[in-house]
Design a protein around this ligand. Structure first.
Ligand SMILES: Nc1ncnc2c1ncn2[C@@H]1O[C@@H]2COP(=O)(O)O[C@H]2[C@H]1O
Ligand SMILES: Nc1ncnc2c1ncn2[C@@H]1O[C@@H]2COP(=O)(O)O[C@H]2[C@H]1O
Length: 441
């Protein structure tokens, strides 16, 4: 038996033991499907590089500019011959199949579409399904939408897989105490004082650094090393193990998931945190879109310094956000972005958190406590509690606050400003609109 095969099974066994999925078969399908995606995506990226040198690794496929065309070749079914070079030659130029297509009769079978699944942000999410729950995808397969039993199932697989890996390791991430007794010392890179001053400024607004105390900031800055990447270099490859976390000093980095471009980042932004936080494979490929200079932080320093502060907060929010019904349509990645933008506010009994007629600046999620919603003319309307939200009506419709929300006891809310509301709630905005309490349903 090949060692790769036994390694895969051992890893799968471990993941099943820690995550105890409700639907084991679905979990296994997700597991192997994701592995395969990462491997195929890597091959496709290699082709991108080979292409620059005039070499075509897949002669049956037009690979002139894979990223601009936003497409990958469709490979044969992961459950038929597992040969990375066995590209579909039935229709190599067709690009991604529609997410709800059910071309199960072709060689790609029911999983063919999964290699073309876009990021959750761009797919229209089904708010009735929890993307973190593999069993939700399985349940959907029986929903009988007239397009065949696997249409929803196949579009959910990659989302579910990532989310599950991440929850499995958060227990480790949440336990920085175990780091404290060992002999680890952070690296010191002897930066000049002007470099340190520039870095301090560059990092000031970065979500990871801004909450560190001065001593931790100093340790991180000393540990950073400067790396330069010329245009088109792959800085991170999807599916690889995480080694460094990066902060961009100059230039632009593009991100690709399964070969499709999903976003770009510029100076002051950071990337490469997910694999280090969650001990998971790299979730995206990061490529230098211009010449790029980055500050790189090694994995050990990243985990030891940063997991003790900001990340606990992030993980705390993520745990809470997972249980908020209206956010169920967000992917794990969207939820972590949202978590980074939230801040906590505490109110006491009798405090008016928002006041009818005033201008609205924030959206609120109740972390704990109870609130009363009332209107001057109508009196009490309803009570809200943990996991409920309010303050969306003014932001969605550009109106003054339509009601007053008052704390009935000590209330802790996570707040999101107007710009974050528009930028980070993604598919949840549609759910908020549908549930607008001021509109008749
Ligand atoms: N849509 C995306 N999905 C996953 N990762 C992304 C995305 N956009 C940017 N990234 C970044 O790309 C990085 C790839 O490595 P990591 O998974 O460690 O961390 C990832 C994120 O920092
Ligand atoms: N029937 C209702 N009418 C108006 N606002 C309501 C009602 N029920 C709940 N609310 C919440 O109260 C909030 C007051 O501020 P917003 O108008 O921004 O958003 C409102 C809703 O989130």
């Amino acid at each position: 038996m090949s060692s790769q095969f036994t390694d895969e099974l051992t890893q799968l066994q471990k993941d099943i033991n820690t995550q105890k999925p409700a639907d084991v078969l679905q979990f296994c399908a997700n597991y192997f499907n994701n592995k395969l995606q990462a491997q195929r995506s890597q091959l496709w990226n290699q082709q991108g590089k080979a292409n620059a040198a005039g070499i075509n690794l897949f002669p049956n496929v037009d690979v002139s500019n894979p990223y601009v065309n936003d497409r990958q070749p469709s490979f044969k079914s992961p459950f038929s011959v597992n040969d990375p070079h066995s590209i579909h030659d039935d229709d190599p130029h067709s690009g991604p199949a529609p997410a709800d297509s059910t071309s199960a009769s072709s060689a790609g079978g029911i999983f063919k579409n999964d290699f073309n699944v876009k990021t959750p942000a761009s797919s229209k999410a089904d708010p009735t399904l929890d993307p973190n729950d593999p069993s939700a995808a399985a349940a959907a397969s029986g929903s009988g939408n007239g397009k065949g039993p696997f249409s929803k199932l196949s579009s959910k697989i990659p989302i579910a897989f990532n989310a599950n890996r991440r929850t499995s390791v958060s227990a480790e991430a949440l336990n920085p105490d175990k780091f404290k007794s060992d002999s680890w010392r952070p690296p010191i890179n002897n930066l000049t004082s002007s470099q340190k001053a520039a870095l301090s400024k560059n990092l000031a607004s970065n979500f990871l650094f801004k909450q560190l105390d001065d001593a931790s900031k100093k340790t991180v800055i000393e540990a950073l090393s400067n790396k330069t990447f010329s245009k088109d270099t792959e800085i991170i490859t999807q599916g690889d193990e995480g080694d460094f976390f990066y902060v961009i000093e100059s230039g632009t980095v593009d991100f690709y998931v399964n070969g499709a471009k999903v976003s770009s980042s510029n100076e002051g932004s950071s990337f490469g945190e997910l694999a280090l936080m969650y001990n998971s494979p790299r979730a995206a490929t990061a490529t230098a879109a211009t010449d790029v200079t980055c500050w790189a932080l090694d994995r050990a320093t990243f985990r030891r310094i940063l997991l003790e502060g900001t990340f606990n907060r992030r993980l705390m929010y993520e745990d809470f956000l997972k249980d908020v019904d209206v956010l169920k349509s967000l992917s794990a990645h969207e939820r972590s972005k949202l978590a980074d933008a939230l801040s906590t506010e505490i109110y006491h009994k009798g405090d008016k958190i928002v006041t009818e007629g005033e201008q609205g600046e924030n959206f609120y999620l109740i972390e704990s406590g109870n609130c009363q919603v009332y209107k001057e003319k109508e009196g009490n309307i309803k009570q809200l509690t943990k996991g409920d939200y309010f303050g969306e009506v003014a932001l969605l419709n550009d109106l003054p606050r339509q009601a007053t929300v008052e704390a009935l006891d000590t209330v802790i809310v996570a707040t999101l400003g107007k710009s974050g509301f528009q930028r980070l709630l993604g598919p949840a905005v549609e759910v908020l609109r549908l549930q607008d309490p001021t509109k008749a349903h």
